[in-house]
Design a protein around this ligand. Structure first.
Ligand code: NDP
Length: 246
């Protein structure tokens, strides 16, 4: 489905990003990931991509750095010979009710989740415009759409990602570039590891399917959005949440 395509996935060393990188590779794409801390895990993802017969690359690059984004896009273009797909997945949470939230908690989430998405979209946009093709998928959250107690920073950053993506879909549509957002509900990953079981149970109860999602549930939707079958979908926000939002 994606043979010969070249992809960048931000935050590919763990969780949803790893599942997306591996699913894109399984579907035929060469995949470059970035990450900040987990060197061993990132190397392992690259090894798995290469085992499938695709090119893989791991770049240690902080998504909140505009300069790192510019450098990584240039490096991937040189290594793979082009870029067709960008998945902005890297994200963090620093939860607190607003009356206890430190400025640092607000700033870190904005810098990673929102500015990080801007940085990579900004870095690939000239190339995608020039080649008159490209797919951008930004990972937000259902909490962008409904707000979550204890997550004013995260809900605001992810709502920003939705707004950014819709505006970008308009700016790049005439260049044959599709921009879509995937909003996961609760997914079992490292990010969720610190959440007490009672909150996980509450999320499970909120879903209509009665389960917490797996990273692969998000990855398969991202791969579809990168495929020819999704060529007429842009500016869309797709929830992958087992009905947690409704
Ligand atoms: P994880 O914490 O498991 O993984 C986050 C990934 O992002 C890691 O690979 C991490 O790399 C990378 N990362 C974090 N900060 C940076 C940075 N500054 N620069 C580069 N890479 C960075 O998270 P999930 O897999 O759970 O989440 C992935 C995305 O999905 C996030 O955007 C999250 O907000 C969103 N999401 C997750 C949900 C869930 O329930 N899990 C629900 C809804 C949305 P490293 O640690 O190596 O630095």
């Amino acid at each position: 489905m994606l043979e010969g395509k070249n992809a960048i996935v931000t935050g590919g060393s763990l969780g949803i990003g790893t599942a997306i990188a591996l699913d894109l590779a399984r579907n035929g794409a060469n995949v470059a990931i970035n990450y900040r801390r987990h060197d061993k895990e990132a190397k392992d993802v690259v090894a798995q991509i290469e085992k499938m017969g695709r090119k893989g690359l791991a770049v240690k690059a902080d998504v909140s750095s505009f300069e790192d984004a510019r450098k990584m896009v240039a490096e991937v273009k040189d290594n793979f010979g082009g870029i067709d797909i960008l998945v902005c997945n890297a994200g963090i949470n620093r939860d607190s009710v607003i009356w206890k939230m430190e400025e640092k908690q607000w700033d870190e989430v904005m810098a990673t989740d929102l500015k990080g998405t801007f940085n990579y979209c900004r870095a690939v946009a000239p190339l995608f415009r020039e080649q008159k093709s490209g797919r951008i998928i930004n990972i937000a959250s259902i909490n962008a759409l409904r707000g979550k107690f204890g997550q004013t920073n995260y809900s605001a950053a992810k709502a920003g990602v939705v707004g950014l993506s819709k505006a970008l879909a308009k700016e790049l549509g005439r260049s044959n570039v599709n921009v879509n957002v995937v909003c996961p509900g609760m997914i079992e990953t490292e990010m969720m590891a610190k959440i007490p079981e009672e909150f996980k149970q509450k999320a499970r109860d909120e879903t209509v399917l009665g389960r917490i999602g797996a990273p692969e549930d998000v990855a398969s939707v991202v791969s579809f959005l990168c495929s020819e079958g999704a060529r007429h979908i842009t500016g869309e926000v797709i929830k992958v949440d087992g009905g947690q939002y409704i």
